[in-house]
Design a protein around this ligand. Sequence first.
Ligand code: 5AD
Length: 336
Amino acid sequence: MKELTDKLADGHALAEAEYLSLLTCNEREAEYLRQAAQAVAQRVFGREVKARGLIEISSYCKNNCLYCGIRAGNPRAERYRLTKEEIMECCRQGDALGFQTFVLQGGEDPAHTVEWVEDVVRTIRTAYPAKAITLSLGERPEEDYRRWFNAGADRYLLRHETIDRTHYAQLHPTAMSYDNRLRCLDSLKKIGYETGTGIMVGSPFQKLEYIAADLKFIERLHSEMVGIGPFIPHRDTPFRAEPAGSVELTLRLISILRLMLPTANIPATTSLGTLAADGRERGILAGANVVMPNLSPVEQRKKYSLYDNKICTGDEAAESRRLLEKRIEAIGYTLV
Ligand code: 5AD
């Protein structure tokens, strides 16, 4: 199995069956993989972890994804929508804390017209000419993506969730289209966004074969960012009784992705930190290089509840930067 790790480290690509072998390798081999990925991350980024300020701008969503706590069909979800002024206040706080990237994430909120988002992006761009603006607002027509790009957005996150068509239909209502999702990713790349995609690890009905195909897809897309985290059930969704995904498998995937895409930005995600107290640190040691502390207004944070017990006010909160810094320093890295 060492050969597969070495082959991936050298050629940044494997056959689907080889990815599958890596996913199922024994612990000793997984440790070899992890060390190889850690070495690549340190060669590319030094021992530095980049912080992105996450602003969750709306918990309204027109979609009804079966896994997600803010699905339209959850009447118990508390809804909020930040105003432009509130978003700008989050940016001011983020700027004061030293963040160089703002990530605007939200449900697919029908109130977010193309003009409104465009205006918000342009206002942030004008106020902070040197910062990166990342959007994560779901599926939109290509024209919307283009206008937001022209207004100053640089990056876009849109997880494909699964590359298997049957699996996609098991996770999403029939109103959602697998083809449209992939079309959106194509559009984003074509327009010139740095594009991020990714999956949940251990989502219901997922098979390791699907993950191997997801890896092949990400390899071909050559995405600049890859977000992966374990699935965690939410009590008010149809998947409430499903088991959470595996931390170990998530870490293994981070390592594979790091060897496949040495320069990609790979976060140690909030869901990884929710499922294991030391999840983010272990993510970094497996090859991740990004953390995304929460910059949303504290009184709204609990409402952005994608899954149960989502952490939002501990070390991962942006205002607790010093705490996060200490944890990252404890494993020999610095937060930038
Ligand atoms: N567990 C883990 N991740 C989830 N997401 C949505 N619901 C859950 C859940 N229950 C992820 C999806 C989405 C991202 C914003 O959050 O992958 O793309």
